[in-house]
Design a protein around this ligand. Structure first.
Ligand SMILES: Cc1ncc(COP(=O)(O)O)c(C=O)c1O
Length: 368
């Protein structure tokens, strides 16, 4: 069994994806070819955001968003310590300081009740992460940001396709930034990402920063990056859009079914909370267990791959450790990092395969 089954997805979409790739090889516009604008229009429609700007990765998307907001040295950005490193990495690369706020234990997203206490005169933005595919508490976060004149950049690398109170992830704050890393809910065959906003000036700034800050050819109006998404990768994502809606429905169904099967088995596996006003697209199907190493080893013995997202929160990573947040800070992030474990998940996971994962989990819990 594979942790994420990208081969079955390709087999299902082969005709369309191959044709799209061939089209790019035929026209030869590898950089900023017509597929780039076509994908941007399709994704803007899908999310409801006015603008979509494709970029070279999810990491680059976050960095460009921060640069476009003028965030740099002397500024602070509030985020979660329980995320992939790229979230804090881009804040540091922009020259600013990540200020962590602990997560809520139930859903592992930033706890909005703790944000206001972390705001200082240097704060410029809040960067919540919609972890595992569930949008963070954006209404509360946007309200705090509005009260303090801050920007909100949703790190939606894991949540493309998720909905929140009837709106789509990436279109629930001033800026949404997603990733098309192959294993994400919408992935390409390499690196890729996208930015979303409905603010015209901000969209213009992000478009310029993506191409070395150029407002016209060889007119570098601002400092930028080489952050374009390849035409070939845009073509792949266009090919994947063919059944994206079905995939999202399937992911949600499989997430519900995992929860039902695990609960029915009675094993002491803690499930993530999903709020009733939003859904989760399960970029990873993550649960929490005690004695994780033994459970993972017992699953491996039964041929079930797992992964840990993430074993060490950012305030305990060598590159991001700081005296003002010692290892004991953020108890919920620390506890989650010790207990989370992700099970196989992809739209092509069969019901029988899923059943086998849960049976193996039940065995593993009995022997661990
Ligand atoms: C929460 C989060 N933020 C940012 C990123 C960075 O995305 P990418 O790998 O496309 O640079 C990822 C993906 O790995 C992620 O999971």
């Amino acid at each position: 069994m594979q942790f994420i089954d990208l081969k079955s997805q390709y087999q299902a979409l082969k005709t369309g994806i191959d044709a799209r790739i061939q089209q790019v090889l035929d026209h030869g516009q590898y950089i900023m070819g017509p597929e780039v604008a076509e994908l941007e229009a399709a994704l803007a429609r899908l999310t409801g955001a006015k603008h979509c700007i494709t970029v070279s990765s999810g990491t680059e998307a976050l960095l460009i968003a921060l640069m476009a907001e003028g965030i740099g040295p002397g500024h602070e950005v509030i985020t979660t310590p329980f995320t992939f490193a790229a979230t804090a990495e881009t804040i540091v690369l922009a020259g600013a300081k990540p200020v962590y706020v602990d997560i809520r234990p139930g859903d592992c997203n930033i706890d909005p009740a703790l944000i206001e206490a972390a705001i200082t005169p240097a704060t410029r933005a809040i960067m919540p992460v919609s972890l595992y595919g569930q949008v963070a508490d954006m209404d509360e976060i946007n309200a705090i940001a509005a009260r303090h004149g801050l920007s909100v950049i949703e790190d939606a690398a894991q949540s493309f396709g998720a909905s929140y109170k009837g709106r789509m992830s990436c279109n629930v704050s001033r800026i949404g930034a997603t990733s098309f890393f192959p294993s994400k809910p919408l992935g390409c065959y390499g690196d890729g990402g996208a930015l979303f906003t409905s603010d015209d000036a901000l969209a213009q700034a992000m478009r310029e920063i993506r191409v070395h800050g150029q407002s016209a050819r060889y007119t570098h109006t601002r400092v930028g990056v080489g952050g374009r998404m390849d035409t070939l990768q845009c073509a792949v994502v266009l090919g994947k859009l063919e059944r994206f809606e079905w995939e999202i429905t399937q992911r949600k169904r499989l997430g519900d079914r995992y929860a039902e099967l695990i609960q029915a088995s009675g094993v002491p596996v803690e499930l993530l909370d999903v709020a009733s006003d939003r859904d989760c697209v399960w970029a990873q199907y993550t649960v929490k267990v005690d004695d994780r190493a033994a459970v993972i080893a017992a699953l491996k013995e039964q041929g079930i791959p797992t992964a840990v997202h993430y074993p060490r929160p950012l305030h305990r990573q060598p590159a991001y450790e700081r005296p003002d947040c010692p290892p004991t800070c953020f108890p919920h992030a620390n506890r989650a990092a010790d207990r989370v474990m992700s099970l196989p998940m992809s739209a092509d996971l069969g019901d029988a395969e899923q059943q086998r994962v849960v049976e193996a989990l039940v065995n593993a819990m009995a022997t661990a």
